[in-house]
Ligand binder design. Structure first.
Ligand code: SF4
Ligand code: SF4
Length: 351
């Protein structure tokens, strides 16, 4: 059974970012395994520097209708951090003037932010090429007020990216909670009915797979084939691409690793699978992540670890793309999750 409360609500010490950093910086990384900084130095990739900014990722709040076991946000119904309209207006100003071609809204469940629709309506007018909403699917079936989301997404030509840990009920519900699979299937069928995910359709629908335990994802292309075959045969569902994402050892996944006594083995796996070629394309190289309260981070993971950008520009209200691009990226041992095997980003493998 998956969790019912966030670590924060439970009062767990792992809800504190500094506790997570402390764990990631000590233990096996004191004398057994190389730190991420040491590892990338071997191939002259330290300091890690950004390339051209391509993606603005905005986290509009940590509230979610689910409490998935692996969640790096530690999201849940009990999280109250929600982006205000004032901060959204500051984001809109940046969206209208950015050189980035992709806008990526995430959460929590972004749809639960009370200003979500107004924000999408305004942001979609800015002419950004790829406008992504990370929807957990079940939100579409959570409450009547969300039933029209597929039409709303279609109206604003939103690119929907959704988590789907497996094509079977058992594995999905184990990671994400009872009843998640059935609601997700229903939501996918509704998206398909609007044209989402259909071959040659411009209405993009992609799925995200992440492993249900302390292991790395398998080959993305062959998993995509398996997902497509099973979802078509069992439910007549179609989608475009499957992104395989490695679980990073932070928040609830770190809690799971420690509680199941898998932490050290998992870190060994990540370090052994280190792929220097993946470093060139980690997502912090082309992304700025904005938190619910407007602060700027190299990625959503650093946001959760409260590692702000190493720049004089710290907040969206002071946004300056040139200044921000001239920074060193903040790294720690969680970064090994982005460089293991074929690499991992919010859009799947990178190497
Ligand atoms: S749906 Fe996403 S944000 Fe919500 S708890 Fe699950 S992993 Fe976290
Ligand atoms: S965790 Fe963030 S900072 Fe570290 S490599 Fe991945 S994207 Fe970059």
């Amino acid at each position: 059974m998956s969790a019912t409360k966030s670590l924060k609500k439970e009062g767990s010490e792992l809800a504190q970012a500094n506790k997570q950093i402390e764990i990631l910086s000590n233990g096996i990384f004191k004398d057994e395994l190389p730190t991420f900084a040491k590892k990338i130095k071997e191939t002259n990739q330290l300091p890690l520097r950004p390339n051209k900014l391509e993606i603005l990722q905005i986290n509009v709040g940590y509230m979610c209708n689910q409490v998935c076991d692996h969640c790096h946000v530690d999201a849940g119904p009990d999280r109250k951090e929600i982006m205000t309209w004032e901060t959204m207006e500051q984001c809109l100003e940046v969206i209208r003037n950015t050189g980035a071609h992709t806008l990526d809204l995430t959460g929590g469940a972004p749809e639960m932010n009370p200003h979500f629709r107004r924000f999408v309506e305004e942001a979609s007018k800015a002419g950004i090429k790829d406008f992504i909403v990370r929807s957990n699917l079940t939100i579409i079936r959570a409450n009547k007020k969300y039933y029209d989301l597929p039409d709303f997404f279609k109206k604003h030509n939103v690119h929907v990216i959704s988590s789907m840990p497996h094509w079977t009920r058992g594995k999905t519900d184990k990671q994400r909670g009872d009843g998640v699979f059935d609601k997700s299937i229903k939501a996918l069928q509704e998206l398909n009915e609007r044209g989402y995910g259909m071959p040659r359709s411009d209405l993009r629908l992609d799925l995200v797979y992440n492993p249900s335990g302390a292991f790395l994802p398998g080959d993305q292309a062959s998993m995509e084939k398996d997902f497509k075959k099973a979802l078509m045969e069992d439910f007549n569902i179609q989608f475009h691409n499957l992104f395989a994402i490695t679980n990073l050892p932070i928040a609830r996944f770190l809690d799971y690793l420690i509680a199941s006594e898998n932490y050290e083995d998992y870190m060994y796996q990540l370090v052994e699978a280190y792929n220097p070629a993946a470093v060139e394309n980690v997502m912090c190289k082309n992304t700025i992540s904005i938190s619910w309260d407007g602060y700027l981070f190299d990625c959503d993971f650093n946001q959760m670890l409260e590692l702000p950008v190493a720049s004089s520009v710290k907040h969206i209200k002071d946004y300056n793309e040139d200044l921000l691009n001239d920074r060193n990226i903040m790294i720690s041992q969680h970064c090994y999750g982005c460089t293991a095997g074929a690499g991992s980003s919010c859009q799947g493998t990178v190497a």
